[in-house]
Design a protein around this ligand. Sequence first.
Ligand code: FES
Length: 118
Amino acid sequence: MAGEPRLICASADLAERGRGVRFEVEYFGERAPAFVVRFGGKVHGYLNRCAHVALELDWREGEFFDPDGRDLLCSTHGATYAAESGRCTGGPCGRKSLVKLKVAERDGSVYYLGCDDD
Ligand code: FES
């Protein structure tokens, strides 16, 4: 359900291609893990749920990027996703994508705006 923007973290908490920040959202009536990362200077948010098997991507909390800092990586079986779109770029995710969330950055803070079940 759409609501007020919800504060996730400070902008300074998200370095370019650095550690992500985890948070929770309500997705189709259930609590679900989510995360934000910074890539290309912009903040991108996704459900923390691999498209291969519904597991969280980060083996070590907040570590979402591959070693090159190029794609998002699922630690379990190595699926990779484009950081700006969530589209599968390799591994067992096939043609599936991460679920992208609506996030915004303003005045030094990052906010969650909602997801497509709104
Ligand atoms: S659960 Fe993510 S690649 Fe298998």
